[in-house]
Design a protein around this ligand. Structure first.
Ligand code: AP5
Ligand code: MG
Ligand code: ZN
Length: 214
């Protein structure tokens, strides 16, 4: 099963993608997580990506497409994968389509997690992230057992550099300009499904499972 998660920054793509990956036993591929891991390890890619990410801008397609095209051809992707945060532009969607076409394959589902802008800024200011294992919390809706500490691995939880309110607003603008057109793109391909992302996390997941099948 090959799935794309669409949705604004903070809509809950990552939260849902992790659960999908667990239930259907397919890898969760988040370009944001890959860039953040590269920043943490101070790689050349990480240094380049950081200058864009900190401003709330998209990392250029040249740095992003090949990375994903390579990743989805690794052995653990034979039964499918869930893409979180990719594609984010029409050229990225076309690059993905072309890469899969060469393998005689295509995407099965594009799931749009729909959350209005008003709800987003609130969510982001409460988000806490573990940079070690990728777990995400919210200080009100999904708090860790011990404040500031990851339940999974015991590492310190941090506020992401791009979760400052002014950067969140910039990311929302970029989303509406560059990423939202993908909703129309996948609707025309006949694989778009929408879920109401303002519902509690478990209800959102239930709706997704109803779409994907048990
Ligand atoms: P990325 O890491 O992908 O960030 P994003 O798209 O902005 O989305 P987020 O990760 O912020 O939100 P999410 O939808 O995953 O929500 P989450 O589940 O955490 O990208 C970061 C940057 O990297 C980009 O700005 C760009 O610079 C670069 N980049 C990445 N991919 C790229 C690409 N393909 N091309 C170019 N550049 C790229 O949830 C948010 C919060 O809400 C959490 O605290 C969570 O606990 C809480 N929450 C989740 N669901 C619910 C719910 N139902 N109810 C209440 N709270 C909830
Ligand atoms: Mg995410
Ligand atoms: Zn952790």
């Amino acid at each position: 099963m090959k799935i794309i998660m669409l949705g604004a920054p903070g809509a809950g793509k990552g939260t849902q993608a992790k659960q999908i990956a667990g239930k259907y036993n397919i890898p969760h591929i988040s370009t944001g997580d890959i860039f953040r891991a590269n920043i943490k390890n101070n790689t050349e890619l990480g240094q380049k990506a950081k200058t864009y990410m900190d401003q709330g801008l998209l990392v250029p397609d040249e740095l992003t497409c090949d990375l994903v095209v390579d990743r989805i051809q690794q052995d653990d992707c034979v039964n499918g994968f869930v893409l979180d945060g990719f594609p984010r532009t029409i050229p990225q969607a076309e690059a993905l389509e072309n890469a899969l076409a060469k393998l005689n394959e295509s995407m099965d589902f594009a799931i749009d997690v729909d959350v209005p802008d008003e709800n987003i800024v609130n969510r982001m200011s409460g988000r806490r992230a573990c940079l070690k294992c990728g777990a995400t919390y919210h200080i009100v809706s999904i708090p860790p057992k011990k404040e500031g500490v990851c339940d999974n691995c015991g590492s310190e939880l941090v506020i992401r550099d791009d979760d400052k309110p002014e950067t969140v607003q910039k990311r929302l603008n970029v989303y509406h300009e560059q990423t939202q057109p993908l909703i129309d793109f996948y609707s025309k391909k006949g694989i778009l499904k929408s879920v109401d992302g303002t519902q509690p996390m478990d209800k959102v997941f239930e709706d997704i499972v109803n779409i994907l099948g048990a």
